[in-house]
Design a protein. Sequence first.
Lengths: 162, 254
Amino acid sequence: MAWLITRDDAEAEDAVQEAFIKAYGALGGFRSGASFKPWLLTIVGNEARNRRRSAARRARVVLRARGEVEGSAGAAPPAGRTSEAPEAAALAGERRRAVLDALDDLAEADRLVISYRYLLEMSEAETAAALGVAPGTVKSRLSRALARLRKVVDPSLLAGAP
Amino acid sequence: MNRDPLVDALLDLAGAVEFPEVPDVRGAVRARLGARRSLLGRFFPYERRPVAFAAAVVVVVAVASGLLFASPGIRRAVADFLGLPGVRVEFGADAPTPAPSEDDVDAVFGRRVSVGEAEDAVSFPLPLPAGVAGDPAAFLPGKGAVALGYPASADLPEIESTGYGVIVVALPDFPPERYFGKLLAGKNPIFDEVEVDGRRGFWARAGVHTLSFDGRLRSSGNALLWEAGGITFRVETALGLARTLSIAESIPDG
């Protein structure tokens, strides 16, 4: 999560360290019975945002295997999936590349809400905490972000999505 | 099954994305918590420590900066406060950016020699980190110091276009009125106080400081500084604190 904000390994690592240290210091203020993970994610999100660097230096998200992106047969499928036939693998690779590129080109607010919900599979409460917004804001922000993503992804590529 | 093909494509993408390996930060967090509790707890309430510590350093050095050359007493006080003999930290409006022609790590670190020659030239064991594989390039910057550069690799990302993944510098102890190198920090410097093998150290993040050695500037990566046995050590990487600490702590007697 911190890496998605900073796009820099060292900055993300430092953000997480600092967040743990701050969380340790703030444990006394943690409400008994509250959910710990969103509370911690709020701190990590704040730290990571404080450490963001200029856009020119940010690393891009990459796919797991180059061969998979290019659709070569025999490349490892994503975790939990069965292997794909060469033609299907090529199409899937093209679709993943296109969706990833489109996602990367979105404004940060849109990119993060989609990434948290679908790439990291965080709940709405966790996403709200990580973004530093009210839980009710996540749904509307996600809906707008998906609409913007939909505009830039070729619909024909989505036809074969699993 | 989700019926929105875009959401389906995103969920499919989740399994195919390569995120960086998650580093184990437990040791570094424990070390930093221990160091902060022991060194800063006397002065600042916990939640204000990082900001208050940086602010305190800025105030101390800003007040002292005009008098540094005139008053060895003040200089000693600043050196004592930072605990880094041979290193001076200056805070200003903006950390200077070296011209591309200046930003040459080999030139900054002086005469290149063989590891054997470096070993013979200095009065202490070479600071060779056991945690880094391969042979380093060795330099003798003068004043009894040594610099070792380990080439960047898949495990060691390159530091600011230097070609190196780890740069270790060992500075022999200096009297307070002399210094070896300067860290020129920007407006919002972040110097975290850390513990390196049980000793007080400082972590200066890249992007907030430039290294000046003998009047020559270069952009600095992340740098860990500490003093042990009369030697000030500086380990520079493009890694986070946890991995840099692990490299630093693999230097024998470092």
